[in-house]
Design a protein. Structure first.
Length: 239
């Protein structure tokens, strides 16, 4: 007796009509063609990887070295600073120019400016103001500029804020009059140029020791905190 199909899909010929009687009904490309296809895909992936690496390298290099006015340009800022500071009346030389990377797209630029000897207090003040203007002109996007101005035994940090820079100069003079002090540095701390009072750093050069040194530092601290509350005060022996 012949068994009849009981419903749709029960007839094995349905599968044969849809997919063929065996797997040979599915056409497979030749081996050579498959190898060529895999090779093309691998080559395309390699080329894409190389392009991505080149693009990322260009972007990172642009951020580090500066492009136009968008990214930091520390070397260009240092060149401007040297040129502008050299033209200031009373400047003997511009030395020790340096750039320091602070973060991914942030740089500090600094230089030491040696003033002519024998300048009057008024001439020193005018020089600090002019240097502050030079610093402001050399500043750029992502670049902080600072100068250490040297007047005989005084070393003064000059930022783009002229008023604060002059206060540093006046404070250095005041601390320099303390008995036993032979030199004063009035600038900012190791984190770079800053005009915040607590970021200021004053160092007195003295040969004093023991009780004498403690008394000198106490007076220097009192005078400093009247101008820059929270500033750091230290001492060092002359070299």
């Amino acid at each position: 007796m012949t068994t009849q199909p009981t419903g749709p899909g029960d007839d094995p010929d349905d599968l044969d009509r849809a997919f063929g009687p065996d797997t040979a009904s599915v056409t497979r490309p030749p081996v050579a063609r498959r190898v060529r296809s895999v090779s093309v895909i691998a080559l395309a992936a390699a080329v894409t990887g190389v392009v991505l690496v080149l693009v990322l390298s260009t972007i990172i290099g642009s951020i580090q070295n500066g492009v136009g006015g968008i990214f930091p340009q520390p070397d260009a800022a240092l060149d401007r600073l040297r040129t502008l500071a050299t033209d200031v009346d009373g400047v003997a030389s511009v030395q020790d120019g340096a750039t320091e990377k602070r973060s991914f797209a942030s740089w500090d630029v600094s230089a030491v400016v040696v003033a002519d000897g024998g300048l009057s207090h008024g001439e020193q003040t005018d020089l600090v103001r002019a240097l502050s203007a030079a610093v402001a002109a050399a500043d750029g996007n992502g670049v902080r500029v600072g100068v250490e101005a040297r007047f005989d035994g005084l070393r003064v940090g000059v930022s783009n804020d002229a008023a604060t820079s002059v206060r540093r100069l006046d404070l250095a003079r005041t601390v320099g009059t303390i008995g036993g002090v032979v030199g004063v540095s009035c600038s900012w701390g190791p984190d770079g140029p800053s005009d915040e009072p607590a970021d200021q750093h004053v160092v007195v050069l003295t040969v004093g020791r023991g009780v004498a040194l403690a008394a000198i530092v106490d007076v220097a601290t009192d005078r400093t905190h009247r101008v820059f509350p929270g500033a750091t005060i230290g001492s060092a022996r002359p070299s």
